[in-house]
Design a protein around this ligand. Sequence first.
Ligand SMILES: [Zn+2]
Length: 471
Amino acid sequence: MKNNKVYRLFLLKGNRKNPADAEQMYVKRMAADQPKGSWTDFHLPEPHAYLWLPERGADEARVDYLLRVRTWGRRWADKARALPGSRWALTDLEWQDAEAVRALAESFLLNLYVFDTYKAERKAAPELTAVEAEGVTAADLTAMRERAAEVNWVKSLVERPVSDLNAAAFAREMAAHLKPLGVTAKLWTRKEMEKAGMGGLLGVNRGSVDEPAFAEFIYKPDNARNAKPVVLVGKGVVFDAGGMNIKTGNYMDDMKTDMAGGAMAAGILALAAKQALPLYIVALVPATDNRLNGNALVPGDIIRIGGETSVEIVNTDAEGRLLLADATAYAHKHYAPAAIISMATLTGAASRAIGTKGIVAMRERWPEAMAQCLERASEDVQERYCLFPMWPEYDRELESAVAELKNCGSGVAGMITAAKFVGHFAGKTPFLHLDVAGVAYYDKDESAWRKGATGMGVRWIGRFLELWSKK
Ligand SMILES: [Zn+2]
């Protein structure tokens, strides 16, 4: 169903609720032959709506304010989705804060996404056709649309159930999306995984009836500023039952989302390629489901990562780090990278620590200039993160009596010991680890994010790479 009407949303400041003021302002600012607005305050489907946006509080941090503005963008998208196929134009009458207008518009675009593949009736998504505001160009709107499209693509992968997206299908989907953007895609065979000694990925896959996948995506533009790549490593567990240490209660409900880190890595690479960033970037996504089968890993098993380091399995539900370790070991050996960034829905500890409000981050040997880029990028896109330490004392948590390492610690600081485990395979490479377990998937709407897959982190690390490319 296509709706030809263009709905206009006018932005006004503060808490005034007088429609006459808005009318006057509208007539004054806009050409006289434009249709007059009627005050609806979101009472749709009137053709015009006014949105009185809150002003920034005296003590309010800029980033907090912009996140609040994004929450309005989500509400606006909720209203617009009730009008399938509707087209929208945003007009700033008096707000005059280009960054905030962009935040509002981008949030709208991000929140239009709905996972409706399995619905009988699939409604046409609304569109944002114009943003009329000082300091916001048509190119800005195009860039926002492109960024939102990548984030929404990531969401669409995260939402898909394992019956529809097993490891091989996941790898193929990512390759099909990335190749037209100029990215080289290598999908490994099992033989190649065996040759590289990927005992983590192959070990976890023993519990599956499906083949594992290892996807290697290379974006290397001619004008790349870095000779050594930045390597993104993303966990691609397409379903996590926990293996023999099976998940109990409702902990298994949303485990189709356990490949969110892998989708995130692919989404970040897609964004970089679309923006034609002059950076050499590689994304590695090891993928399998973690289930129970006759020959599944059991506690006490000892596997080898990268064909070398022996690891005692103490809990088969700590499987993501085994895949990430294989990929990290390969990245370190094969690419000698400038940096490794791993990303994963890895631990319940991360979401217990800071809930659903941000990404848990840990890093080692991370250069100060790059730390500044991370911080600035987070503020620019209003995606939050919180740093946790990687003190050497935590290494003791991973000491095994029978192998060089064990795959999880004593149960405290689980997000840190998981990061330590993966980081062990990064050698001396600057290493950043992002635990998105608390934020990849929301049970309910929260501030700027709709319930379901969030794609959080794609814009943050995407922006970070953009800043890095200018360093
Ligand atoms: Zn698990």
